[in-house]
Ligand binder design. Structure first.
Ligand SMILES: Nc1ncnc2c1ncn2[C@@H]1O[C@H](COP(=O)(O)OP(=O)(O)OP(=O)(O)O)[C@@H](O)[C@H]1O
Ligand SMILES: [Mg+2]
Length: 248
């Protein structure tokens, strides 16, 4: 296929084996700009491993991952972040002792712009950006609050904000609504729908009600392979998907 160049992310024939066990097995996967794609599937299907491969945490055995035409399989983790890939892990990694504002500031990509790393100071540009992001993540009234005092859901949003402030072209979230209240899930769905404008978002999630609210496309992974892919309705009605995943 020579269609890769049109996609933000094009994964082809991606395989990783751990002592002969193929956790991801000849995977082909494409992601467009403005697309919010959710990956679902049973425990151990290889979902988190796919994110690990994209962000360079795990090295592939075979295959390619092209992101904006850069080959990620040849790049180090920090280079992949700099290229515009943001990844949120299952447990939020925020600084509990710092305020919301300080957490966002620490994530600001100082030194990447024309001014270089010498201008590490809180100027108006930075503050404006922090306020813009805080509003998006519904924490604009909590900028001075110590992050450790936030609710579980708010902590998850803060971590999303810490990624957004770096303006990634690809944002990856692993089970973002696990442990959230019903209200927080609804607010997170709205947030994700907004932040997929202008970028690509890849989400792993088990909560099907949530998936239905956010997904442009759904891919079902099973034993490292794609079982089905398409819109929510197509996937939900696929007999293979019902058998291995939704029927449980
Ligand atoms: N670094 C590793 N070394 C060895 N085996 C691994 C490694 N990472 C993942 N695996 C194995 O690969 C398989 C897929 O794991 P993965 O975490 O990707 O599943 P998952 O789809 O995210 O599952 P869950 O829904 O439970 O989070 C599992 O059998 C896991 O034990
Ligand atoms: Mg996982």
């Amino acid at each position: 296929m020579d269609t890769n160049t049109n996609f933000t992310l094009a994964i082809e024939d991606l395989t990783v084996s751990f002592d002969g066990f193929k956790a991801v097995d000849a995977l082909n996967f494409y992601l467009d700009k403005n697309e919010l794609h959710v990956v679902i599937g049973p425990n151990g299907a290889g979902k988190t491993t796919v994110l690990d491969l994209i962000c360079g945490k795990t090295k592939s055995t075979e295959g390619s991952i092209k992101f904006l035409n850069k080959e990620l399989t040849k790049m180090a983790e920090h280079e992949i972040v700099r290229a515009g890939v943001g990844r949120k892990f299952q447990t939020p990694s925020i600084y509990e002792n710092l305020s919301v504002l300080e957490n966002l500031e620490i994530s600001y990509p100082y030194g990447r712009g024309v001014y270089g790393s010498l201008t590490f100071k809180r100027n108006k540009t930075v503050l404006d950006k922090i306020h813009e992001i805080a509003k998006q993540i519904m924490l604009d009234d909590a900028l001075d609050t110590e992050a450790g005092l936030l609710s579980h859901g708010q902590k998850q949003w803060l971590e999303i904000g810490m990624l957004l402030i770096q303006d990634p072209q690809l944002l990856m979230l692993d089970e973002p609504v696990a442990g959230m209240s019903v209200k927080e899930r609804e607010q997170t769905a709205e947030l994700l729908n907004k932040i997929s404008e202008g970028r690509s978002v890849l989400v792993i999630e088990h909560d099907m009600e949530f998936v239905e609210r956010i997904a442009d496309k759904v891919t079902v992974l099973h034993q490292g392979k794609i079982l089905a892919t398409g819109d929510m309705e197509t996937v939900q009605n696929d007999p293979k998907v019902i058998e291995v995943y939704l029927g449980h």
